[in-house]
Write a protein that binds this ligand. Structure first.
Ligand SMILES: [Zn+2]
Length: 659
């Protein structure tokens, strides 16, 4: 045993596990950690999904054309700090402890964008920053320029909870992986590997000191880096970070409770996701990624407990989490106030957690949550024109202007939007999985080679999806179409012939296995009525109220559409209808109906709220005569409410008059 018994035990445990999990001795092939999971499900690379018109293609255009140019001005502190660390003479102000993470999230965003929209000028701009990062890096590989500029030691043990070393390095690694994948350039990846190697030496080397960064992020990035480079030592380090938490190895900053940085109890004793919601969801994602990489049963169980704690007890109807302003934290179970904090970055974190949970379990349920978060909480965080953002996303708002400090959230939201292709599709063995329905072309790798599938759909405005098999020799494989949680009635046809009876697999998909030929056509038609939804009775602000949902989209009421009052009371029979409004909010379908006095009311998709003049907003509203259902809740947080009274016609009358 060395001077550092815990480090030794964790390293030995990790090495033993990896020895069993990674069959390739020495340096395995790149992506061996995915490839080693034969028959398991892997995501379709972002580069293998091409978007066309439809819902997401134009959104990505906005992030490319508007958000990226707009963001550069907010990177000045960080670039100046890099110059200083690189030894250039420069005057402040300089960045804070977490600032660089924004720059790296921004570079990751640009990397995704370059993969979709090549742009030599933009690439050159990034290359210049990459060169600065290289010159700012300490000779030993340590790369956090805030600490370098402060003249502090690497991974300063007096400051590990607050310094954000690992958080920043994690985002540097993720940016490097994506920049390499999209441009073929290795320089940033080499910087990231050198920095990760320094971290390995610092924590797990011969003179290793146990510890971890108080803001989780590095764990999942290290697992990704291991997949990208084939070096299992990065998984070993991620494993050590996860195992060390809860063992009081890091000093809290000031009076910060240890739960804030997931250090209250060791992993195996953690039942819930607690503390800072972003740190917490990132931590859970890292744990899940480790379970994916190593097959560790304890990590898998912990991931499941964390998943249940969020999705069954601590998630709003829009998929946001973290209601408490103090410490930006999770609350108790069912503590989901309408005016809760619900930070945008926590929503991005939940998307990644959900994605890893889908890959781990192969079930449609996590993908269902992913869809809820993405179409509601995530998209709400950034304005429709891509140049304003919300840090907080309450469900009830008196009309706050957008909070445009352009800190952690905007580049996080952009990189999440650019990864929709990765979240949408996956493959494993002979199965292709469609988790999100996006218009475009997908190239999915199966055991016996790739298949190309073209998707046409007006989703999320309508539930029709048409998938065409690209020309090529006949092949036997299975196509899995996720049956969304909101979908009660659906029809499926292959080459015009109905699939009957239509069954949903145990995993939650419509599965079509056959010998596919070029030009074969699948048509999925999901009925998409308007639903009124009720909340679990323990969610206090939902008691006696309903929310409007259509397909995956939660809707809300804005005062300026409803005679100056967002807190409408729907009529007993609100006569809900769907109307197409090409003129409104970038083109949306709205839900119209009647209030308790027979006056017209209108709800717009939650993601598009707060994009016009300052106005009050409500998601949960009263309905005259509404009685909560008395059926068992079966662990769910939200369910359709007394849907008998809801008349829905889709699509409804087109209203041309702009309001
Ligand atoms: Zn944020």
């Amino acid at each position: 045993m060395s001077k550092n018994p815990v480090a030794t035990i964790v390293a030995l445990l990790g090495a033993a596990f990896l020895a069993g999990a990674a069959p390739v001795p020495g340096v395995p092939e790149a992506a061996a950690l995915w490839a080693g999971r034969e028959g398991k499900i892997v995501p379709v690379p972002v580069q293998d999904v091409r978007f066309e018109a439809g819902f997401w293609g134009p959104k990505m255009r906005v992030h490319k054309d508007r958000t990226i140019p707009h963001s550069w001005r907010y990177m000045e502190h960080d670039i100046r700090s890099l110059r200083k660390a690189a030894g250039e003479k420069t005057d402040g102000p300089f960045n804070n402890t977490w600032g660089e993470a924004n720059l790296y999230k921004f570079i990751e965003t640009i990397a995704h964008s370059l993969g979709m929209f090549p742009d030599a000028g933009l690439e050159k701009q990034v290359d210049e920053v990459v060169d600065l990062i290289r010159r700012a890096q300490r000779a030993n590989g340590y790369s956090h320029v805030f600490i370098i500029n402060e003249g502090k030691p690497d991974w300063d043990p007096e400051f590990l909870d607050g310094s954000h070393d690992g958080y920043v390095l994690g985002h540097l690694i993720e940016a490097a992986i994506e920049y390499h994948a999209n441009t073929g350039k290795r320089a940033l990846l080499d910087i990231a590997c050198k920095a990760a190697d320094e971290a390995y030496e610092h924590f797990l080397g011969p003179k290793g000191v146990p510890g971890f960064c108080g803001h989780a992020e590095l764990e999942m990035a290290l697992v990704e880096l291991s997949r990208a480079t084939g070096r299992t030592r990065y998984v070993e380090l991620a494993r050590a970070f996860v195992e060390w938490r809860g063992r009081r190895m890091v000093k809290p900053v000031g009076a910060t409770p240890r739960a804030y940085f997931q250090d209250a109890v060791p992993l195996r004793q953690q039942r819930n996701l607690d503390g800072h919601a972003v740190r917490s969801t990132f931590f859970a994602t890292g744990v899940t990624d480790l379970a994916l990489a190593t097959g560790d049963a304890d990590h898998r169980l912990a991931a499941g407990r964390f998943w249940d704690s969020v999705t069954l007890r601590r998630m709003t109807i829009t998929g946001s989490t973290g209601p408490r302003q103090e410490h930006e934290a999770f609350g108790e179970d069912h503590e989901l106030p309408d005016d809760g904090y619900h930070g945008s970055c926590a929503a991005c974190g939940l998307v990644d957690f959900a994605h890893r949970m889908f890959l781990l379990e192969g079930q449609a349920d996590p993908a269902d949550v992913l869809e809820r978060v993405l179409y509601n909480a995530v998209l709400h965080g950034i304005s429709l024109d891509g140049t304003d953002s919300y840090y907080q996303n309450p469900l009830s708002d008196a009309g706050h202007p957008r909070y445009n400090s352009w800190v952690c959230c905007p580049p996080n939201l952009s990189r999440t939007v650019f990864q929709v292709g990765r979240y949408a599709c996956a493959s494993g063995g002979h199965d292709v999985f469609f988790n999100l329905y996006v218009a475009g072309t997908v190239r999915a790798s199966l055991e016996d080679g790739p298949v190309v599938l073209k998707v046409g759909t007006g989703y999320p405005w309508e539930g029709k999806v048409r998938i065409t098999v690209a020309p090529g020799p006949a092949r036997r494989f299975a196509i899995n179409l996720r049956r969304p949680g909101w979908c009660e009635t659906a029809a499926l046809k292959v080459n015009g012939e109905a699939v009957a009876p239509l069954r949903t697999t145990d995993r939650g998909y419509f599965r079509l296995e056959r010998e596919w030929r070029g030009h074969d056509v699948i048509e999925l038609d999901m009925e998409m009525p308007v639903r009124l939804v009720e909340a679990h009775p323990l969610i206090k602000d939902g008691v006696g109220k309903v929310a409007v949902q259509r397909g995956p989209l939660i809707h809300g009421f804005e005062a300026l559409d409803n005679l100056g009052k967002a807190a409408v009371e729907l009529g007993e029979d609100p006569r809900l209808q769907v109307g197409e409004r090409a003129d409104l909010l970038g083109g949306v379908r709205v839900v119209t109906g009647q209030d308790a006095d027979g006056k017209p009311v209108m709800a717009v998709p939650f993601y598009a709220m707060a994009n016009r003049e300052k106005t009050a907003q409500e998601v949960w509203v009263r309905q005259r005569g509404m009685k909560p259902g008395d059926a068992w809740w079966e662990g769910r947080l939200y369910r359709p409410a007394h849907k008998i009274t809801v008349r829905s016609v889709a699509p409804g009358p087109t209203q041309k008059d702009g309001r």
